[in-house]
Design a protein around this ligand. Sequence first.
Ligand SMILES: Cc1cc2nc3c(=O)[nH]c(=O)nc-3n(C[C@H](O)[C@H](O)[C@H](O)COP(=O)(O)O)c2cc1C
Length: 265
Amino acid sequence: MSNFNKDGLGNILFVAIAVCLVCSIVVSGAAVALKPAQMKNRELDQKQNILRAAGMLPADSNVAADGRGVEELFASFTARAVHLDSGEYANDIDASSVDPIRAAKDPAASRDLDDGEDIATIGRRENVSVVYVMEGDDGIEKLVLPVRGYGLWGTLLGYLALDGDLETISGLGFYDHKETPGLGGEVDNPKWKAGWVGVRLYDDEHNPSVDLVKSRSAEGNPAAAYEVDALSGATFTTRGVENLVNFWTGELGFGPFIKNLRAGA
Ligand SMILES: Cc1cc2nc3c(=O)[nH]c(=O)nc-3n(C[C@H](O)[C@H](O)[C@H](O)COP(=O)(O)O)c2cc1C
């Protein structure tokens, strides 16, 4: 006992390694144990974002006016994988396995967009995406689409919801963006978001025609049906949002799928 030297190099190294080992076991144990809870929270968050875009959940609460919670509300939606080029359901693909953003980074699972096509400035578009469909007795009541596009500082990620007629917007919401609070960040302002409800999406030739404008057309002017207020002091974000909505509802986005649904396919 008398020749035990606690300040010896060997002892210091032993204690340091033992502490590192114990800490790494605790940290990795916690990471493994918390993984299911993290996944569940991420899933819950995604469901909330979809429900908020669809106007079924208030921005500041996880309970709807009728008392229904997220899981109960989301149960009325079915997630389906969709081949974007053909606009057909990908019945052989489990929608929960589809990650559109990751797929867009994989050349084997996406296509390159040239400058003329890429109005949303996303670079590549995934071949298969996912849609959230709410059906009632008379067919589709809501359709929610994942959308994304570049603003001023980065890519805005969100959901666009359509009414059962598949040509009227029922809501738009972004769950991730890098725009400046008070300027482009006003995309999160509930007052601005309310301006999307009821806006018409397609013109008579089925071209996406949403128009973000500094001053609205007079009531009665057919153009007014397609208009949403521009964000003041945020022209780049405004253009980005207009372009991404028109891209994802157009021929290179969910346009073929929406056409198929309208034709009853
Ligand atoms: C610090 C800073 C942050 C800005 N953030 C944004 C933004 O998030 N979105 C945007 O479109 N413009 C942003 N702008 C403004 C643009 O640079 C540009 O001036 C503006 O889009 C012009 O819009 P207006 O024609 O509506 O005034 C920012 C400017 C500064 C100086």
